[in-house]
Ligand binder design. Sequence first.
Ligand code: NAD
Ligand code: 89Y
Length: 342
Amino acid sequence: MLKGGLIGCGFFAHNHLHAWQEIDGVAITALCDRDEARLKQAGEKFGVSRLYTDAAQMIARETLDFVDIATTVKTHRPLVELAASAGLPVICQKPFAENLIDARAMVDACDCAGVTLMVHENFRWQAPLRAVRALLDRDRIGEVFWGRVSFRSAYDVFSGQPYLATSDRFIIEDLGIHMLDIARFLFGDVSHLSAATRTVNPRIRGEDVATMLMVHESGVNSICDCSYATSLQEELFPQTLLEIDGSRGTMRLSANYELTIHSEGVTEKHMVAPVLHDWASRPWHNIQESVYNIQQHWVACLASQRAPETSGRDNLKTMALVAAAYQSAADNLASVDVKAVA
Ligand code: NAD
Ligand code: 89Y
């Protein structure tokens, strides 16, 4: 039985805790939050009695096999470095870091300590996206030349995550990061990126609309577009929609998880909806399922001593796209050479 210590018992950590409870061979045996009320509430809800307000104390006093960090971005670097210095494998929530300097330092600290580091970049673990990846692997539409990864919503994310309204950077760092990682997952690494942003909602500080154009090393051209200012007849939060064009056909992941494959004149439709775990609630169940999937992947990686798909090193490439997007948007849509940023 793997024993984990979870740091940060806020809004999203409850999904981690539910998922850990459902995965065989692992248990969260200690919790840490510097907010005592949140700590106590999580401890009672999930039946964990070893509670700490200080992460260093938790790590010193508990016998742990790994640490799961579910705090917001500013504390990621010190907490990852703390886990690494104790020789503990570590999972860190997205956004991994505020900048690439911190991100690289965290990867180096874990490499030097010889510990596995996974960024909790869960969107690519959503069942509909895995289904699309499997079809691409089976060469269903030939050589892919164009793609679109799209997330457009007016869902109120600010009531659950108030810090999103007050941070200087919003949608690219918070949500676009997932879209960019999905683009990498489907179309490969990126050579050049251009981006434009807008702030539409007057009650928030950062940008809430972003459009990113990418040229991938594979030759694919793709667009990632995301918005929290888009009020549609049907609110689709938190669905990611896809359009993929290939030399022999097309794939569309449309509203409510309908996947259409049109290949060599034949059209197929499949429902690729996520599982509704018994602790999950709509509309979040898509994300919640992906939390379960990525945490199960972590357990499998530790057991077989292989690097997680979204290792810290892998995530540097997604972080570089975030940095490139802000750089391009600040420089009038300039084309950014991603290797120069990374
Ligand atoms: P939150 O503010 O609700 O919770 C964070 C908790 O961490 C707070 O209770 C805070 O007291 C605690 N904390 C902060 N620093 C600490 C420290 N040094 N030691 C102990 N406790 C500490 O935040 P949230 O909305 O749960 O978001 C947490 C992270 O999860 C963010 O990085 C966010 O981007 C991410 N998130 C990811 C997804 C996803 O799908 N991957 C979805 C939502 C949020
Ligand atoms: O924080 C964000 C995330 O990672 O997924 C959706 C979200 O909760 C709000 O944009």
